[in-house]
Structures are given as C-alpha cells and as structure tokens.
Design a binder for this molecule. Structure first.
Ligand code: F3S
Length: 402
C-alpha cells in the first residue's frame, strides 16, 4: 500500500475537487502496479495524446469530463497536435478537424497548460534540472530529459502525465530511483559517427538489439545536443529506451560509475545496416522531404537555411519545429531565407499525428530514425533515410541520389 501524505489523502477524499480526486486515483493505481511506496513531487509535466487524429471524439469527451474543475499545479506543456495552428488550411486540414483540434487545445489552455505543441519542450522553456523529478510522456523527450539533462521520469502515458500535472506528483518508482538508473548494457562504438542521421542510425541499431534496457556508450567522443536528440528518439522508437549514458559526456556518467557490476557487452562496428533497413524503398522519386523529428532546434534551422541559400527546391520540403523556435528563427531572418527557397516551416505538429493521408504522399525523405521507423507501418508511407545534406539535395534535384 502506498504511503500518502496528508495533502494526498485530502486529494483522494475529494477536498480539492473532482479532477484532482480522479487524478490521484489514477496515480495511486499506477503506483500499486509498480509497487511504489510513495508519491514524489514533480517539477514539470509534458503531455502527449493531443492530436484529434489520435484521440478522436471519445478522447475529447474523456478530457472534458476529467478536466471539468482541474488546474495544473506545476509547469506543464503539450506534445505536437494534429495541425499547424496557423496554416492548417493550406495543409488541407478540414474545418471539422481544425474545430475539434482547437477544442482539445483550449481544454488544456483552460487548466493552465502551456500550449506550445512540441516534442522538444526542453528547447523552449520547459527544461528540467539535474535530478529533478518530472512526469513526461513523449518518448523522445523522456529519453532526452533522463539522459542529457539528468532529470528523472518514467515513460508516462498522456493520461498519467496529465494526472501528474493536476496533482503535482507522480508515483516514486522506476527511473525516479537511483538503483534503476545504472546501465545493464555496455555498447562499444567502434565506427565513426558524423552526421545527425549517423546518431539516429546508431540509435536504431541499439534499440533493436537491447529493447527497453539501459545502454552505456563507450567510444563516442564528439557530440552535440542535436545528435543526442536524434540518438535518443531513434532508440526510444526501436527499443522503448528511456535512459542512456555516454562515458564522459552525459551528466550522470560524468560524476559516477553508471554501469552495473553485471552487464552485457555489444560492439558496434558499423551503422551501414541501419541505413539499409531504415530505407523502406529503393524508389528515387520523393513526394515530400521532411526534416524535424524531433522538432528542429535553432541551430539545425540555421544550418538548413544556409544549405538553402539562393537555391530553389523542386520537391516539397517541410521543416518541422516548435512555434517558439520558428519565431526565434524569424527574428534571425532564417525563415525568410528558407521560404524564399520554396521550403515551408511547419509548427505545432508532426507527420505522425497529422491527417497526412489527405496529402496523398507515397514516399518521404527524412534524416529522422524515429520517423523512418514509424511512417511505413503507421501511415503506409515509404521512406528514404539519409543525412540532412542528402535530404536537402533531393529537395533541390527532385530525386534521391545513391
Ligand atoms: Fe516529435 Fe512527432 Fe517525431 S512527436 S519526435 S516530430 S514523431
């Protein structure tokens, strides 16, 4: 039985209203499943399951009922929704879809959730500190927060993250506890990794090999946040990995031994196999080039804007990012350069949660391991996977070069 504080008991008794009561009931049930002894206070929540495409009318009804008298107790943000909230018409989103999507967003807004719809909240103001307990539910953001920032979150569902936002708590188990944060797989990386897509390819291989275990990488020397973002997103997709360590690089691995006394060892000699597997087709015709899964950082946007300078795309090119990052890029005149090339910057959404079938797309080119992993099965769309440079080249020439 979980030990509850006085305030948590009052929540359960309904003293703080219906929504809080329901939320703490959900968290207690979750805690029981995982044998949590108590709740822990959290610094922030990040909530997925926002797109009308995914949750439908039943989801809206559930949220209206659940959130009837709710207010969040901690900083909370939401994941990408089903459309760009400003240019949805030009993306062939129907009025009905848009009306339902705005209804969902407004439900969150009303209870105090920040409505920047993004899977990279840590780039735009929801950035937890080292050792901070949080409750996040976007898989790529979870693995980034745990590994790169050293914060502590389990892989929450949209509902449990929302319940955590409303109560300011989450059950204390799993990755919140020191003893569950050490790695049980040593990954010796023997090959050279250069581009962001190389890190996505490595993530795909490791996730496939070790499932939802914790890898400890040895042999990665030079890396930046964008590469770590891609590595984690890929591993979270192919293997449900929520935490990784890199020797001398990630914060916990810098200060103590994060490898268990007993571990299994894998050596990665090459990432070529991932480049073969993540290309679901040999087709050279591309309908859409999409870069920004997870959402692009300002550095990535700047890099792409430079690649596009004074050039024109012949294939549709979408750059996906958060609205705040897009606004920052606008101030730096990067958006102007991108738009002049014929490319588009899309905010608030992502290809997996948009009603993309309206666009009649057969093949997408991307540098994202996560998107390449999911698009064929989720959306029945083929993928060409390669570096940013190769993706941009295909947008400029109209074909995927081998
Ligand atoms: Fe983000 Fe969507 Fe990719 S939520 S990580 S852009 S699949």
């Amino acid at each position: 039985m979980m030990k509850l504080t006085r305030e948590e008991k009052l929540m359960l008794d309904g003293k703080f209203g219906k929504s809080v009561k329901k939320a703490i009931e959900i968290l207690i049930a979750l805690g029981k499943i995982y044998n949590a002894e108590r709740m822990v206070r959290i610094g922030s929540a990040q909530i997925s399951g926002i797109s009308y495409k995914n949750i439908g009318d039943a989801g809206i009804e559930f949220l209206e009922e659940f959130l009837s008298d709710a207010k969040v107790r901690v900083k909370a943000t939401i994941n990408p929704c089903g459309m760009d909230t400003e240019k949805w018409k030009s993306l062939k989103i129907s009025n009905k879809f848009a009306e339902k999507q705005f209804r969902i967003i407004n439900l969150f807004k009303k209870i105090g959730v920040g409505i920047d719809c993004s899977c990279t909240p840590y780039l735009i103001g929801n950035k937890p500190g080292f050792n901070e307990h949080i409750a996040w539910s976007e898989s790529s953001a979870i693995v980034y927060a745990n590994s790169v920032l050293g914060a502590r979150t389990n892989r929450e569902s949209g509902i449990s993250a929302l319940a955590a936002a409303i109560t300011g708590r989450t059950p204390m188990y799993g990755y919140h506890l020191d003893e569950n944060r050490r790695a049980n797989f040593l990954i010796n990386v023997k090959c050279k990794l250069e581009s962001i897509s190389d890190f996505a390819a490595l993530g795909y291989i490791v996730g496939n090999k070790i499932g939802n275990n914790i890898p400890y990488f040895r042999g990665i020397e030079r890396v930046d946040g964008d590469k770590l973002k891609a590595l984690g997103a890929s591993m979270a997709a192919s293997g449900a990995i929520a935490l990784y360590h890199i020797e001398n690089i990630t914060p916990e691995a810098k200060i103590k031994n994060m490898l268990r006394s007993e571990f299994r060892e894998i050596t990665i000699e090459s990432i070529d196999d991932a480049y073969i597997k993540l290309n679901s087709t040999r087709d050279r015709e591309i309908d859409l080039v999409a870069i920004g899964c997870p959402h692009l950082s300002i550095n990535e946007i700047e890099y792409i804007a430079n690649l596009l300078k004074d050039k024109k795309v012949v294939t549709k090119l979408w750059l996906m990012t958060s609205r705040k990052t897009m606004e920052l890029a606008m101030k730096r005149n990067l958006i102007e350069r991108i738009v002049r090339s014929g490319a588009e910057v899309i905010s608030d959404t992502c290809l997996l949660v948009m009603p993309i079938e309206n666009l009649k797309i057969k093949t997408i080119a991307t540098n994202s391991g996560k998107l390449s992993f999911y698009l064929p099965s989720y959306c029945n769309i083929d993928v060409r996977f390669g570096s940013i440079e190769k993706c941009i080249r295909s947008a400029l020439t109209g074909v995927w070069g081998d």
